[in-house]
Design a protein around this ligand. Structure first.
Ligand SMILES: C[S@@+](CC[C@H](N)C(=O)[O-])C[C@H]1O[C@@H](n2cnc3c(N)ncnc32)[C@H](O)[C@@H]1O
Length: 465
């Protein structure tokens, strides 16, 4: 982060704007909106500043800037057309530790003014650190569409009830849960519809009812997808940002974990190949214990929780223990890796079905129905198959598949470390031996792999120097 985003209270405080043009006028009006006491230093004023002066909203020093203008000043914005004066203001203000912004010159700024979505008292600010104000504005436009205008009223309602909610709930986690429920539920909907009185009644009711019931935790079994955070579902993201505790395993990519609530407790339960840091039964019990302690728990798994994810076992225990839960599906490794590698898993001319199997070795072998997997016109996807690759190739050929059958092995699909290796059942082992792919990897066997060269589209992002 190049800048620390903070919101400054400038109510009634002297803010200096040096320059009298339209840009200065825009900055002055922003300062006025936040309650600043605005003084403009400039021999001339553009019409909008002049009108504000006439209405008594700002004051003017009708002359050139002098260092004494900085006296008692809490913030300076310089927008003159004289570069030497702009620089001088920057240097003098920084020496006095007064926050200073020279418009459109990031190198002469100790603070920058972000693009703002104003739903006061809710204010969202977007900054690109001065790199591209236009991009910040585009992002702002997107956010504008996501944040209903009524959010300001909702925040005002929340403020009115803040003390009573605090009195009602001792535990911060109970308070948070209550707020999330009302701010996302019927109360919020009434506010957005403009029915403030109804919203107040609903709020009072929710408060009265919540006090009577004991807080119950919940477990969200959330699929984190194959790696690219953009592939998360909205619901996964929302619950990840609400949970008190995140129980995650190794397959969950770091950028995804970073999207969980910042102050949530994170519990790593491992599940590395041959190195389980917590046994499945222990994980199941942990989830029950946390939920019974009233926590909202996100059990975050790589890919989809119901595909080779043991999600079924975890919710089985929760169900037996009467703990409420939700399951949030996700893009499984097969879909993610295939899409990002440019390999359609089915195709009218090559494969009419697709099978997902585990290639996990047990006692050096795989207990699979090889006859079925060797059938033509299908695609077979092997999860956890890297170590067992020689067995996979040998068994498929033994059961009648051509040694020339195309195979793809995808390393860390959908991530910045994605690599795709293609070959055939007869040579993929030597390719893997040479290239030494890093787990997790996925193996796709079938004629659809022939399309990869033509359909490959995903380029891994450039690595930062
Ligand atoms: C225990 S399984 C979990 C699968 C997960 N539930 C899913 O739906 O993708 C782990 C295996 O999934 C595959 N896998 C998961 N993410 C992957 C990725 N980004 N790239 C390649 N393979 C992946 C690997 O075969 C790995 O050994």
């Amino acid at each position: 982060m190049d800048f620390l985003p903070i919101f400054i209270d400038i109510k009634g405080k002297l803010c200096l704007v040096v320059g009298g043009g339209e840009v200065a006028a825009r900055k002055a009006s922003l300062l006025l909106k936040a309650g600043g006491h605005v003084r403009v230093v400039s021999p001339d004023l553009c019409p909008s500043l002049k009108s504000e002066l006439d209405r008594g909203l700002i004051e003017q020093e009708a002359r050139e800037y002098a260092v004494d203008d900085l006296n008692d000043c809490h913030l300076v914005i310089a927008s003159t057309d004289n570069p030497a004066i702009n620089r001088q203001i920057y240097e003098q203000a920084s020496r006095l530790r007064i926050p200073v912004n020279v418009v459109d010159q990031p190198e002469l700024c100790t603070f920058i003014v972000p693009s703002i979505i104003d739903r006061s008292p809710v204010v969202a600010a977007v900054s690109t650190g001065g790199a591209s104000p236009i991009l910040a504005r585009l992002i702002r436009t997107r956010l504008e569409t996501l944040i209903p205008a009524g959010y300001g009223h909702l925040a005002a309602l929340a403020l009115r009830f803040r003390d009573s909610v605090k009195e009602r709930f001792d535990k911060p986690s109970d308070r948070r849960r209550f707020w999330e429920k009302v701010l996302e539920g019927g109360v919020a909907e009434r506010v957005f519809a403009g029915h403030m009185r109804e919203a107040e009644t609903a709020m009072e009711q929710a408060l009265a009812e919540s006090g009577q019931t004991q807080s119950v935790g919940e477990v969200y079994l959330v699929g984190g997808g194959p790696g690219d955070p953009d592939l998360l579902t909205f619901r996964a993201l929302r619950l990840m940002q609400q949970a008190d505790v995140v129980v995650h395993d190794r397959l969950v990519a770091k950028p995804i974990l970073e999207l969980t609530r910042r102050d949530a407790e994170r519990i790593y339960v491992g599940k590395e190949r041959d190195r389980h840091s917590m046994r499945q039964e222990e994980i199941n019990r942990l989830l029950v214990r946390l939920a019974k302690a009233g926590k909202r728990v996100v059990r975050l798994k790589g890919g989809d929780p119901f595909i080779f994810g043991r999600g079924g076992e975890e919710i089985d225990t929760l169900s037996a223990e009467g703990v409420p839960f939700q399951v949030i599906p996700a893009i499984t490794a097969a879909s993610g890796c295939a899409a990002y590698a440019g390999i359609p898993l089915t195709h009218r001319e090559y494969a009419q079905s697709v099978t997902f199997v585990t290639g996990h070795l047990k006692d050096g072998t795989m207990n699979l129905n090889w006859n079925q997997l060797a059938q033509p016109n299908q695609t077979v996807v092997f999860y956890m198959g890297l170590l067992g690759l020689p067995v996979i190739c040998r068994e498929l050929v033994k059961h009648g598949v051509s040694p020339e059958m195309p195979v793809a092995l995808i390393q860390q699909g959908t991530t910045e470390n994605q690599r795709v290796f293609t070959g055939t059942l007869s040579d993929i082992e030597s390719i893997v031996e040479r290239e030494k792919p890093k787990p997790p990897t996925l193996i796709i066997v079938g004629h659809v792999v022939e399309l990869q060269e033509k359909l490959s589209w995903y380029k891994v992002p450039d690595k930062e120097e």
